[in-house]
Ligand binder design. Structure first.
Ligand SMILES: Nc1ncnc2c1ncn2[C@@H]1O[C@H](COP(=O)(O)OP(=O)(O)OP(=O)(O)O)[C@@H](O)[C@H]1O
Ligand SMILES: [Mg+2]
Length: 265
């Protein structure tokens, strides 16, 4: 198999995409993902929607092998990212999780200063050189999430003293600073008020110019507003995948139509 790291460092790399082939995931005997075949285009926002328990988070966690951390989870099939099957034993998981970053439902800032929250990942991934470079990286990360002006004089403040929206932006900055290709977001706005939610959505629309974004959301209006492509899941299966506009106005499957019209879920 091709070395993940060698392939990713090739500047002529094909556009970033995620593709799964007959992906199955079992928690013990329970089949949480059922032959999922999905192709996620690069530098777009893809939304994964579906009722509670249908496997959205499970699918998302497969893309950077977070499910490895769940003891009874067993994965079968292929997940091809930038040409490599990341399920191969040889995959460098630390490198994979740097390239495929993740943002969670509740902002998981560390009980550290804003500065140290951002420096943390740089240190883990040995991306630190001198203080000036760290500062440049931190500034650029905060600029990309629109926090620099607000926070540049408060970098020593504890990150937990920030508003939830600021904390979630900081979490996105913490991912961005590691120079990922893909950012996974699992219901990133569910702890936020409607105004903050709209502002985060606006940010995602900007970030998609540079990154491939995959967002799990319960909120169908959000999927419609923010995504270019949408996948609808039901009971562990990917029922339908397509351009968001098509999925919402002219779904190909009755189940999708029922779900988006609020019939169930
Ligand atoms: N660690 C686990 N062990 C056993 N079963 C699990 C585990 N994690 C999730 N499940 C089950 O797998 C199924 C899919 O869960 P998952 O969290 O992926 O769904 P989801 O679509 O993200 O749901 P929600 O919208 O509520 O977040 C559910 O039936 C859930 O109960
Ligand atoms: Mg979930």
């Amino acid at each position: 198999m091709v070395n993940f790291m060698v392939s990713l460092s090739n500047p002529m790399e094909i556009e970033t995409t995620i593709e799964t082939k007959n992906l199955n995931l079992y928690y013990g005997d329970f089949r949480a993902l059922n032959d999922v075949n999905i192709k996620i285009p690069g530098r777009n926002v893809t939304a994964i929607i579906g009722p509670s328990g249908c496997g959205k988070s499970t699918l998302l966690r497969c893309f950077n092998r977070m499910n490895d951390l769940t003891e009874n989870a067993k994965v079968q099939g292929k997940i091809i990212i930038e040409g490599n099957n990341i399920l191969e034993l040889e995959t460098d998981l630390i490198f994979l999780r740097k390239k495929v970053g993740m943002v969670f439902q509740r902002p998981n800032v560390f009980d550290l200063s804003i500065y140290n929250n951002l420096k943390f990942g740089l240190r883990i991934h040995r991306m630190l050189s001198d203080k000036d470079h760290i500062m440049q990286a931190i500034q650029s990360g905060l600029e990309q999430v629109n926090l620099w002006q607000e926070l540049k004089d408060k970098l020593r403040k504890n990150a937990r003293s920030l508003t939830l929206e600021q904390q979630q932006r900081l979490c996105i900055a913490r991912v961005i600073i590691l120079k990922p290709d893909i950012i996974l977001l699992d219901e990133p706005c569910s702890a936020l008020d409607p105004i903050a939610t709209l502002r985060i959505e606006e940010l995602l629309r900007i970030l998609r110019q540079q990154y491939t974004l995959v967002i799990v959301t319960h909120n169908m209006q959000q999927a419609a507003r923010v995504s270019d492509y949408t996948g609808f899941m039901y009971l562990g299966q990917l029922i339908e995948f397509g351009e968001t506009n098509q999925i919402f106005t002219n779904p190909g499957e009755k189940l999708t139509e029922n779900y988006i019209s609020g019939y169930f879920g």
